[in-house]
Design a protein around this ligand. Structure first.
Ligand code: MLT
Length: 329
């Protein structure tokens, strides 16, 4: 009996060492270094705001810094092409939105497959959009604004974050509904576009509440309506387009997280868990609410839920974009 107890003790020691923090296996356990979170739009805009909140929370959960890197341009397709080709090691992820679903119909020479070249981590939030204008626009309410657009058409300028972006898509649907083609002014994100709207450089924009709420509240831009079927908590005075001016009008900028296809299970599981934790994080919930949005239910923050939703959205917006006869190139 004397010999074996020692052997058992040795085995127990090795196992304990393996599990102890700071030991070899803990040091090699994902993540061992900072993670890059790519945002396909300029800093300071709505997607940047959502991404930085999620990154802060995931940093707390994963114990490694999640660093946001902005790369706007071509409606976000340059950045998503880069993420699709990045090493599938768990150290590069992206937060993007509905533009992932519009890109296939708009960009003929898209360098990636929006569904099959990515690992889907999960949905994050569906951000309502708002119809806003430069401070000096005379229109008193949404009816006057839409009548003015119908009358002035191409003389009206609207800002957007590139072909296929949420702000572009919303304007596209609006113009189709109104039967009036406005003149677009493209930016690398609605962050920089907002600076010009505040300065009266163009007339109107359809942008996310995460970017418009505070400026509307401060009276620095004019708010006319929201694009969701229900009113938005952060801007309770704004009517929905659906309830009056444009029945049936509905679009929101749903956001989600992706990674290059082929993640190791450990990385995929930990990123998924950290995202789900972020959606339950009181700091995230409070900040989202103050900007008119909320985390999606946990059941939607899963790889399967995101993959099937994206697949359906590609179909849905593909038909709308085809009918509008719009192409990016
Ligand atoms: C941004 O963060 O700039 C927006 O999400 C751009 C857009 O799609 O309108």
């Amino acid at each position: 009996m004397g010999f074996f107890p020692h052997a058992v003790a040795v085995i127990a020691l090795v196992a304990a060492a393996a599990a102890a923090p700071g030991t070899a296996s803990a040091q090699t356990a994902y993540p061992t270094k900072s993670i890059t979170l790519v945002v396909p739009a300029a800093a300071g805009g709505p997607t940047d705001t959502v991404s930085r909140l999620i990154a802060e929370s995931m940093t707390r959960t994963l114990g490694q810094t999640v660093v946001v890197e902005n790369q706007g341009g071509a409606g976000g397709t340059l950045a998503m092409a880069r993420v699709a080709k990045a090493a599938p090691d768990g150290y590069t992820v992206a937060v993007w939105h509905i533009a992932q679903a519009t890109a296939p119909a708009l960009y003929d020479n898209l360098k990636y497959d929006v569904v099959n070249d990515f690992d889907h981590i999960g949905r994050i939030t569906d951000v309502p959009m708002t119809l806003v204008s430069k401070p000096a626009l005379p229109a008193k309410d949404v009816k006057e604004l839409l009548d003015w657009i119908r009358a002035e058409k191409a003389k009206v300028t609207y800002g957007h974050a590139g072909v296929g972006s949420a702000s572009h898509l919303c304007a596209l649907i609006l113009m189709k509904e109104l039967g009036a083609q406005m003149t677009g002014v493209g930016y690398r994100g609605t962050g920089p576009a907002m600076n010009d709207l505040l300065g009266g450089q163009f007339d109107v924009m359809c942008d996310q509440t995460t970017n418009t709420t505070n400026h509307v509240k401060d009276g620095k831009i004019k708010g006319y309506a929201v694009t969701t079927k229900s009113k938005v908590s952060s801007l309770p005075d704004l009517p929905t387009l659906d309830s009056g001016a444009l029945p049936g009008f509905e679009v929101s900028a749903w956001h989600a997280m992706w990674a290059p296809k082929g993640l190791p299970k450990e990385a995929s599981d930990k990123l998924g868990a950290a995202l789900q934790a972020a959606l339950k994080d009181s700091k995230v919930i409070e900040r989202f609410a103050s900007l008119g949005t909320a985390p999606v239910p946990q059941t939607l923050a899963t790889p399967d839920a995101l993959k099937s939703y994206l697949t359906a959205e590609v179909q849905r917006w593909g038909a709308v974009i085809k009918a509008a006869g719009v192409k990016a190139n």
